[in-house]
Design a protein around this ligand. Structure first.
Ligand SMILES: Cc1cc2nc3c(=O)[nH]c(=O)nc-3n(C[C@H](O)[C@H](O)[C@H](O)COP(=O)(O)OP(=O)(O)OC[C@H]3O[C@@H](n4cnc5c(N)ncnc54)[C@H](O)[C@@H]3O)c2cc1C
Length: 419
């Protein structure tokens, strides 16, 4: 029997998922067109994949459906000056998300999420290394690990994280305050201890890396069309139609990789997927990247700093507020305050940015075919870890498109869990 070969694929979204999927497909000899309303090579491009903290975090298996924070969440939501915030006008719209979140807020779901995040996270760095072999990565990546610091206030949470990671065999090295200061002497010692993930790496310019992967995709024959996509459907067994306001395109298969914006398209396909967004922010302290050698995350504050080409990028907070609310000045002020607490020498900042983490209420992404339209494939919902998971998602989705066998258990990532 002749081996199946997909004739054409349309990908909606040129974030890190869309671009990595495109690259893997074109490498298999399948013609691909990526659509995005923004050109990844332009200055206007400001997706989540542009402004994130740049951590490649294969260890980050625990997410916010963790049992230790159950009593803290309402308290944090009511405080306007903490790491978690809520835009009250979005509450009603978020009801389905909260409903599923509460269902997943237990020990069993927490460990299920950790196990299946680990399955893909443990492959994530190798998947990137394969791509990086084909790109000049000079000054784009640093391999110095990532440090998390904490105070002794929430030690129960720290113990839980350490145990879950130990159980999964994830390497972690606990550090005393003194050891942290030896590695990062400029830090103000307002923390008590921490951990370093020595195998972790960070991007010195996430957008710069994304542009390089995108150019590699184009150089191999991939196509890009800058248009806003308004609808998508499967018209018959071997045909999907992507429509923009002006044009209509036909492909054998299509992929939805529009991050936090994917719900608009999946609703049209008749699937009830409770995707929402955790909004996050960044600012840059220009020319201050020399103050730390690697990313530092202050767990008690829900914020972190990454040394980048653009300066020291201070990033963080989770704001539940949907896609349409304007940015919140208070969130920016919070991040700036946290950064200055760790590095009092910081002064002026600029480049205020708001980004949308695509988050499902069980904190697993959706990677796999649509339930009703088998030629439409989903690749979204990577929440806090979409940058880390871009390359491995590209590999998995390209395998699904090409109908290849895999040893991975992909069933936990199916949208079936919500339908
Ligand atoms: C503050 C912050 C910090 C983060 N830090 C990290 C980190 O350190 N490490 C990590 O692993 N992850 C991190 N993340 C998460 C990560 O950035 C995201 O999960 C990831 O970028 C999502 O990638 P994506 O390709 O799914 O979506 P996106 O990057 O959002 O791309 C989606 C694309 O789809 C396009 N699009 C949407 N709708 C349409 C339409 N209808 N028609 C045409 N185009 C459309 C958009 O223009 C966009 O370009 C962070 C996120 C935030 C917000």
């Amino acid at each position: 029997m002749e081996k199946y070969k997909c004739k054409s694929v349309g990908i909606i979204g040129s974030g890190i998922q869309g671009i990595c999927i495109g690259l893997q497909l074109i490498k298999k000899g399948i013609p691909v067109t990526i659509f995005d309303r923004l050109d990844p090579l332009s200055l206007e491009y400001k997706s989540a994949s542009y402004g994130n903290a740049g951590h490649f975090s294969p260890y980050a298996v625990l997410q916010f459906n963790r049992t230790d924070i159950l009593t803290d969440v309402p308290k944090m939501l009511l405080s306007s000056n903490g790491p978690l915030a809520l835009k009250w006008n979005h509450m009603l719209k978020m009801t389905p998300w909260f409903f599923h979140y509460l269902k997943n807020f237990n020990q069993k779901s927490m460990l299920h999420t950790a196990k299946y995040m680990h399955q893909i996270l443990s492959l994530s760095n190798d998947a990137y290394e394969d791509i990086f072999k084909e790109i000049d990565m000079t000054n784009l990546i640093e391999k110095k690990g990532i440090i998390y610091v904490w105070t002794n206030k929430n030690l129960k949470s720290r113990e839980l994280e350490i145990k879950v990671r130990n159980d999964l065999g994830i390497e972690q090295k606990l550090l005393t305050q003194k050891e942290i200061l030896e590695l990062e002497p400029n830090l103000n010692p307002v923390f008590d201890a921490g951990v370093i993930y020595e195998d972790a790496m960070h991007a010195r310019d996430p957008h710069g890396i994304l542009k390089k992967i995108f150019k590699l995709f184009l150089s191999k024959g991939g196509k890009f069309i800058q248009e806003n996509i308004s609808s998508l459907k499967q018209s018959n067994v071997r045909e999907t139609i992507i429509k923009s306001e002006k044009n209509e395109y036909t492909f054998e298969k299509s992929v939805i990789a529009t991050g936090a914006f994917s719900k608009n398209l999946t609703d049209q396909l008749g699937e009830k997927i409770p995707l929402d967004t955790e909004r996050g922010y960044h600012v840059h302290f220009k020319n201050m990247d020399h103050l730390v050698s690697r990313p530092i995350i202050f767990l008690d504050r829900g914020f972190g700093m990454t040394p980048m080409r653009q300066g020291l990028r201070a990033v963080g907070t989770v704001e539940l507020g949907g896609l349409k609310n304007p940015p919140s000045k208070k969130r920016i002020e919070y991040i700036v305050k946290c950064a200055k607490e760790l590095l009092p020498q910081l002064e002026e900042y600029d480049d205020e940015w708001l980004g949308f983490r695509p988050t499902l209420p069980d904190f697993l992404p959706i990677i796999g075919p649509s339930l009703k339209n088998k030629n439409i494939i989903y690749a979204f919902g990577h929440h806090h870890l979409g940058w880390t998971l871009g390359a491995i998602t590209g590999k998995i989705i390209s395998g699904i498109v090409a109908e290849e066998k895999t040893n991975l258990d992909l069933s936990p990532y199916s949208s079936k869990r919500f339908n």
